[in-house]
Design a protein. Sequence first.
Length: 102
Amino acid sequence: MLTLTAAVLAIGFGSHLAAYLVLGAVLVAAALESVFAFCVGCAIFAGLRRIGWIPEASAPNATTSGAACRRTDNRAAACSSLPVAASPPGSPQARSGAQRSW
């Protein structure tokens, strides 16, 4: 989504600087996650919960103690502050009853 935003900024509006800034932010967030296991999205979510911009009812099991991400099975980080998404209908995970976290 953010790369699409950068493409629209560059091609649609001719704002190459803004597009490079968006892509730079994506690269920094990816580097923080891959090198230090720090989830920028989790930190933003926790901060917005803390100041009251995201109500408790939106994710009642979420943590507000900061970025609460951890590595699982050497795959992408699973944020404990985000709800677990159900698998798409008809997928092997849905047929087996397994849940998937993105």
